[in-house]
Write a protein that binds this ligand. Sequence first.
Ligand code: AMP
Length: 285
Amino acid sequence: MKIIRLPHAMSRWSDRLRREGVTIGLVPTMGALHDGHRALIKAARLQCDALVVSIFVNPTQFSPNEDLSRYPRPIAKDRALCRGEGVDVCFEPDAGAMYPEGFQTIVTVPVVAQHWEGASRPHHFAGVATVVTKLFSIVRPHVTLFGQKDFQQAALIRRLIRDLNLGIDLIVPDTIREPDGLAMSSRNIYLTPFQRRAAPTFHQALLIGRTAVETGLRDSRSIEQRMRHVIGREPTMSVDYLAICDPETLEPLTRIERRAVILGAVRIGSVRLLDNMMVAVKPRR
Ligand code: AMP
């Protein structure tokens, strides 16, 4: 496995392979890789000949009050995971290479970014859209994979690829969870043992929401109340947002007629957990 740090060296590698007709896949990450990332990498391995995993803790998607400086960076472990999964290149640029002096271009996808994570974390999605556009320009992949765990982010990347005619195939694999249902995340290591025991309540609340839809409830407010009730029983947990939305536009729905996505973020102490659940109305027999 090659480790490439400089954007121009990365592009040179990709250009050479592209000329040879090789299909290139890209899995963008911020490192601290876990089994959720591993599943993306495994899925990507099946979709391309040459696989690039980027590891870059992107400063522009963090707000000043967020965890940029303490974000975990276990690079040796990350490389070992990539090597074990047959990754061809770990692209590990530093912030100076990605944002050299004078850098000023910002990519925004304003409508997809306006609610939910975008409302809770101003500038977050502009940071994501800009860095991903740069990664696409540098690596020039044919196919890229983003996890459904970050549902709004995947929707934003889909829009970005379409709007800018990037011609990249986007694959969005399911969320990988711990056995107790907690969605895997690099930030779960911040949870104290006590908080960790409480954390699966979030997933349980989403499951209650799904069951409510499957058993015939259509009114979003009632479904939301049921989920909030479950979360409310866990004193350490508070809801940041919980919303039942159209899976394409991410606009809130007052009634569920067909398909919807339940998007949510909760806080336990200083840790913010993000999760979602697809729901579908069962056809009447
Ligand atoms: P991150 O390193 O958190 O920026 O995540 C990199 C990619 O891994 C993103 O596309 C995430 O959506 C995806 N990802 C993170 N956690 C999971 C998970 N539990 N299951 C599947 N994909 C995930």
